[in-house]
Design a protein around this ligand. Sequence first.
Ligand code: PMP
Length: 461
Amino acid sequence: MDLNQLTNDPEAIVEADRAHVWHHLIQHKPFEKDIDPRIIVEGKGMKVWDIKGKEHLDAVSGGVWTVNVGYGRERIGKAISDAVTKMCFFGGTAGTIPGATFSEMLIDKMPGLDRVYYANSGSEANEKAFKMVRQISHKYYGGKKSKILYRERDYHGSTLATMSAGGQDERNAQYGPFAPGFIRVPHCLEYRAQNDYAGDSYGVKAAEAIEEVILREGPDTIGALCLEPITAGGGIIVPPKGYWEKVQEICKKYEILLHIDEVVCGIGRTGTWFGYQQFGVKPDIVTMAKGVASGYAAISCCVTTNEVFDKFKDASDHLGYFRDISTFGGCTGGPAAAIENMNIIIEEDLLDNSKAMGLHLNEKLHELMDKHNWIGDVRGMGLFAGIELVQDRGTKEPVDEKKVMGIVADCMNQGVIIGATNRSLPGYNNTLLFAPPLIATKDDLNHVVDAVDQAMTRVLG
Ligand code: PMP
């Protein structure tokens, strides 16, 4: 078919998609006859329109918590266009003007960190971090300090090494065997506490559970601890009071690098530039992706302290530098978009909006909890929230996953896009997720919560 004709014919687009596109994270069987694949054609602010002309209020920033500054930002489009027209790409052995400029802006927001390594996706940034840890182990510890700790329920990416550090068993179930040297530590969700504790000390207990793993494995075999600041897809788990202080103390005590995966929380989601900044943590390595350019371009960063960076600066050793490359880390479109993205957040006070609207969302979700016994727990920070659905508040038995997805589908019918921890944790795919763009207003959030209210009544009764 003539391509011009194709792009102007909605039905032909749907058929082309049905015939040739392999969508992410989705079963294709229903596309054969029951339903059409969803094609999103336009976005403005917090709204998107599909190819059938239906309007949706997007409470998950592009489905996967990415479009932090909202849709339709012409100035980001222009910045990308200007950058790639002038100088589209040069391999990362050289620098570029947007790359250098954004690194300066970013480091300004991350006191204590110094160096930015550019890549393309969250998984890739995490792989870079893992490789740094492994190389440090080889160079300074005879290869012994190579284990990387990761936490149950956390997610760090879709590649095999990041899946080896994946705390969501159902996602991993069919892709093993995984890479050796990745060791799991327990989650820190107080609502589903895994150890006995006396109330307010759960945070410390949960961190001590990490220390137990370190002692079991041998502290001198462990190079890094990799954690999400707030577990995202694993159920919006905000670490309890005392947790981060203890984690920091443990890392220091055993000389373990603290790698924080800010792929979701980074760039304003929780109301500060980074999630770790909510807890006063001092990481050695920080990775980020989604919000860096709000999805306008593919860019991720692995940011380190000079202490880490300097370990790769030994010129007497011909193997001493970081022997890694990411071809498209040399694209200028990513950092050009990231510069404008950050400028928008600053000019429009979107960190403050995330904080204020986050409080409003939290309040509305608690009101919903008063109304529906199905809600066992409301969690979140800034414009990042989750509600865990249970059959009974006493037993905390999770609501059936099909019903959880039924609520998501009902909201979709109402023109509101929300998310869920679907198909990642056996038995616990029962948390509805909200991560709207940082521009969300009270009216937007009320609309979202009303839709969830109606959907819960219809689906759960
Ligand atoms: N880390 C976290 C915390 C994530 O949520 C994700 C993606 N959802 C990733 C890493 C991987 O990012 P990407 O899909 O860009 O590889």
